[in-house]
Design a protein around this ligand. Sequence first.
Ligand SMILES: Cc1cc2nc3c(=O)[nH]c(=O)nc-3n(C[C@H](O)[C@H](O)[C@H](O)COP(=O)(O)OP(=O)(O)OC[C@H]3O[C@@H](n4cnc5c(N)ncnc54)[C@H](O)[C@@H]3O)c2cc1C
Length: 653
Amino acid sequence: MMPIEIQVRDAGGRTLARFRLADEGEYQIGREQAKVEIPLVDGSVSRRHAAVRLSGGRLFVTDSGSTNGTRLGETPLGKHWYEWLAGVPLVVGIFTLVYEPGDFAEEAPAVETDDERTAPVPRAGTADPVPWLESEFPGRLFARDTVPVAEIVASGKLAGETDYLAVGGGIGSFVWVDHLRIWGVPQDRIRVIGVTASCYEKWKEYCENSQIPGRERIRSNSISTPDNLWGFPGYALRETWREVKGGDIRGFRHILKVFGEPTLAETYTPRADDVYAALDREELRIGWRQMLTFGRAIALRKTDDGRYVLAYKIPADQAGDSDRDRYFLARVVQLATGYPTTRYLDDLQSFKRQNRGSNRVVNAYEEHEGIYRALAERGGTVVVRGRGIVASRVLQRLHETRQRNKQIGVLHLMRGPVEAGAAFDLARRAVGYDVEMQPFNWPKACWGGEYRRLLEAAAPEKRVELLSAWGGTTTAERADWMAILSAGKREGWYRIYFGEVKKMRLKNDKVVTEIVAKGPFSETLDLVADYVIDCTGLIADVTSSPFLKDLLARYNPPRNKATGSGPDQRLAGIAVTNQFEIAALRNGPGRVYAAGVVTQNGPYAAVDSFLGLQYAALRSTDHLAAARAPGLRRMGPLRSFVQWLKWTAGAKP
Ligand SMILES: Cc1cc2nc3c(=O)[nH]c(=O)nc-3n(C[C@H](O)[C@H](O)[C@H](O)COP(=O)(O)OP(=O)(O)OC[C@H]3O[C@@H](n4cnc5c(N)ncnc54)[C@H](O)[C@@H]3O)c2cc1C
């Protein structure tokens, strides 16, 4: 296990000391230098103030009954153990303790300090390691591969049993549950554990933060309708119908687009609000809210009777005085927990660390409305990093903000020019303004045709080769967006830079991004701006999710291979079969399936898309039906047609 390095900072953000936690176990924080491993000498700190526990590469923290309390982010800590995630500040008296995912000490000394308040007293070893499983939920019960059901029952924490359990509660869970319901499974045999009431809440948050409000059209072509597995009528037909019925004959343009795209017309995409409304309707129809239990999944284990047990925590406001720790038993589990986190590149991370509290640098997927407000009021320069769907929306929003204040300049920073779009056989992506364009973000045939079969049949090495050739998601070619960029260049408020970032710093209240420019001279340039909006992405690293990390550590299921490198890297998901089953987790009749980005670089190229989620749901439901799983009936053309009629009438499946 890699040691974790904790930094102690003062109120000004200056690093006073670093402590390396190399061994699993408990470390005390307090004023009493001789008795604690992390001494913080100040009157605001109690003699024994708090404790940190390192277990399985994860950190936990608790308050030890201190006088002034301990805060983790915004949460005041009690005497329970809380997981301390990287990047979240831990406030102890006047000190702030932080660690970042990259803060793994390598050759650093165990303790290093230049401040006498944190000067360590040499100790003859650390406290005895206390495994977290002794006391932390789910406790020792989960310290093995197979858990006896009798012990789960005896724990008094068993909340229920079900045939089908969807973990995540996002769009990936929703389409799977939708399929199960349509295939005949009754509502009371399905349970969903998630943290949001509606399946699209997380996606909506990402969309809104990345400048796709409800009235706007989603950026990429969705190809499928997650609320309607038959795909007919699709969003374009529904929009046409609504407008024509309302007397607007121009509504036919939507359907004409579908027939003309991408050569005779721009690609049709629906308005985000229309997607939300359609999902609302289907949620109601299948009884989504009745199947949903609010909770955060902590760990999953096989049981001794061929099922699985999920340990989860319900939200504090729902628990009242009762215990928040619960178990659910299920025969079939589906994992669709989406992106574990937003991505900060290394240089952005170190900027954030050094300039704690600065809102000058943001990730486009996080809330950053304040930047547009400030720009509209005072003007300023913005560095936009990255290319793709989100960068295109952010640039459009900056252009809209410029309509209110012309004193806004945009420096668009990309790693290098795009000489030519990714090519595979005869298909080649179009390129405009150094951005590759959709469609053909994948050759069309990989969605449902021969390339899909090619990928399914390929060995892991071949898959990497194919996926690298096909490339990743990118933006659609849009005349309005092209017009904005060309006006920006002409009018001089939009400039493109190519280069690798060396470092970023705050100077005179400006963010200075130091780059080594691409080109024969490799000169160093300083891009000086008021704000940096990072559009380089979300992290698809499954080990960033504590829940999945635990699962991987326990059962070690095979992983797919990563493709690409640097910020363009597509990380490896958990390996699944062509039916989206995690074969390594099979437990007698019990099965675990996965969908979405959790399975990245697996048998289906477009896993992280509506169609990818529907495809995964279809394959796994068919697989279960063939195995005569409870409640599922085989789906022939007649039953499918009857179900479609029910869908059109809004009747229960
Ligand atoms: C800005 C943006 C735009 C997009 N636009 C399109 C588009 O136009 N067309 C398209 O096809 N696709 C699009 N996508 C892809 C889209 O994300 C996916 O298609 C879809 O939202 C992924 O669904 P999911 O269920 O895998 O993840 P999500 O919808 O993110 O749901 C996962 C849920 O699991 C929860 N969760 C995570 N861990 C736990 C845990 N331990 N316990 C309980 N719950 C947990 C999360 O909080 C989240 O609510 C877009 C993605 C983004 C980010």
